[in-house]
Design a binder for this molecule. Structure first.
Ligand SMILES: Nc1nc2c(ncn2[C@@H]2O[C@H](COP(=O)(O)OP(=O)(O)O)[C@@H](O)[C@H]2O)c(=O)[nH]1
Ligand SMILES: [Mg+2]
Length: 179
């Protein structure tokens, strides 16, 4: 199971998503702190809303396998800058919550996430659990574990650790590394 880190403004639906992923009934709790013990790392919205705290988000991302921007479909403005992905050393996905909202503007939020560089975008209604299974399916499969040599090889090719090797390319054998 991939460990998921959630970041987004207060009220975006991060804590509800954590509960929906665990199969719990939704119950409101204000997120006061971050813990990395669960499979999902929830964070207080204030971290994303303040320049001073936002640096902390980068630190939490190192504890995770995947980073998710969580934005409600009815959010009036975007907190995340374009090409955000290049600052994060993890796969970046987008989760659009509150797709049931009468004020939802899904194409706009989707475009923000595309601009940030999200490689997958999931649409979720935490209340009815619509879309939750699709996200769980994505999280189910662990990322392949790399040796240091394999990670260095990918870096030489300009690839992220989680990118697949191009067709026809294989990891160097121990012999090639010695020569
Ligand atoms: N309609 C609707 N409401 C949601 C959804 N997700 C969360 N909410 C509500 O939005 C409010 C804020 O949710 P919360 O998970 O605490 O947001 P957080 O601040 O990002 O952790 C709560 O009242 C939730 O019940 C959703 O998918 N649809
Ligand atoms: Mg919360």
């Amino acid at each position: 199971m991939k460990k998921l880190f959630l970041m987004g403004r207060s009220e975006a639906g991060k804590t509800s998503l954590t509960q929906a992923l665990k199969g719990e009934e939704l119950h409101y709790t204000k997120t006061q702190y971050t813990t990395t013990e669960d499979n999902t790392i929830d964070s207080p919205g204030e971290y994303a809303e303040s320049k001073r705290f936002s640096v902390g988000l980068a630190c939490f991302s190192f504890e995770a396998d995947v980073v998710a921007i969580v934005q409600a479909a009815d959010e009036p403005f975007n907190l995340f800058s374009a090409s955000l992905r290049s600052f994060i050393l993890r796969p970046l996905i987008g989760v659009i919550t509150k797709i049931d909202s009468p004020y939802a503007n899904i194409p706009m939020v989707r475009q923000w996430m595309i601009n940030a560089g999200c490689e997958r975008i999931f649409m979720i209604d935490n209340k009815t659990r619509q879309g939750v299974d699709e996200l769980l399916e994505y999280l189910e499969e662990d990322l392949p574990k790399l040796t240091m040599e394999q990670a260095k090889f990918k870096q030489e090719l300009g690839l992220n650790a989680w990118d697949p090797l191009p067709e026809g390319v294989t990891y160097p054998t121990a012999d090639r590394q010695l020569s």
